[in-house]
Design a protein around this ligand. Sequence first.
Ligand code: 2P0
Length: 357
Amino acid sequence: MSLSYQYSEKNREKQVKSTFRCSSNIALVKYWGKKPEGIQLPANPSISFTLKDLYTETTVSVLGANTSGAPEFDFLFEGQPKPSFIPKLTDFFNRILPDYAILREFYLQINTSNNFPHGTGIASSASGFGALACCLAELEQVHTGQPVSIEKISKTARLGSGSACRSMFELPAIWGAHPLVKGSNDEYAIPFKSNIHEVFTDMMDAVLIVDAGEKSVSSTVGHGLLKGNPYASARYEEATLHLTEICTALETGNMTDFIRIVEQEALQLHAMMMLSNPYFILMRPATLSVIEALWAFRKETKIPVMFTLDAGANVHLLFPGIHNQQVKNFIEGQLLDYCQNRQYFCSAIGSAPIPIQ
Ligand code: 2P0
C-alpha cells in the first residue's frame, strides 16, 4: 500500500485524507450462515471473484480531534448526508476501535460513492466496507508509522460486512477455514494460491438487473435464518465439498465441473431461503426466465456461460472473455426484456483495491 502523506505531530491540525477504490465481489461458493460464537465468522468457507468494474470509491478525511474517545464521524454518500447508514457504521467503528488509534484520536469524515447506480440491487456493502477498511488502514499506518498488514485490512473489512473481506485480492479470494486449503481461516480472506488454468483467467460477469428494488431480506436477517435450520449442517457440508471441487476445477480447467458447482451453489443459497422459517423466495419470474434462456443458449452454442445469484433476484452471467461478443449479443437479443429498464452491467474479473491520489 502506498502512503500519500507523511504524518507528524506538526501537521496534526492539518487535514489528512486517504482515498481508495475497492471492487465488489461475487461468490462462487456462497457464505450463508454465521458461526454462533465470535463476530461475523462464517459457518462455511466461500470463494469469490472480484468485479473489477463495479466499485466503490471512498475518502476518509481527518477533520479534527476526537473529544470523546468514542467514534466521531460524518458520513456522506455521493456528497450528501445519509443518516440511515450511521447505525451500521457506528457498530463497525465500535468493533474495530481497539485496533485503530485514528478512530480514538480523530474526528473523521467519510465520503463514499459507487460507480454503479444506486437502487439497482447490486450489493455495495462488500466494496463499501472494503474501501473504508483500506482508507482506515492507510491513515493508521501514516499516523502510527506501523505497517498495517493485508490480513488486518481484510479482517477489518469483515467486521463491517463478511463478504467485504474477500474484496482485497486480484486473484479469487477464499474466506473461512477449510481443511484442505492451507492458510484458510475465518478471520480474514486469502488469495487462491495455486495456478489458475488459462480458461479462467479472463472471466467476465454480466449482471442483469431483474429487480432494482431494495432486497426484501437483509443479509443479516438472511444469515440468521440458518440458526436452528434443520438443513443448515447439510448445506455447510455441501459448501465445504464445493470449495474442494472448485479449487480443483480452477487448477485443471475443468469447465464442466466449474459450471455445475457455481450453479448448484446459487440454487442452494436460494433453496436455503425457501427452507427457512420464515421463508422467502427472492427469485422473480424473470430470474427463472433468464436461467431457462441461458440453459437453452448454452446447449445450443456450447459456449460455457453460467449463472450465479446473490441474495436477490438479479442474475450474474459468468463466461470467459473470449466469448464476450456472443454473450453480449445473446443478452441484448434475448434477455433485456427481463431486465428492469433493460439494464445490465458488465465487469471484468479481478482487481485489488487501488489507492487514489
Ligand atoms: C456471499 N452473500 O458469499 C453471500 C452470498 C450474499 C449471498 O455475503 O451480515 O453483506 O454483512 O456479513 O456479507 C451477503 O452478506 O453479510 C453475502 P454480513 P454480507 O457473498
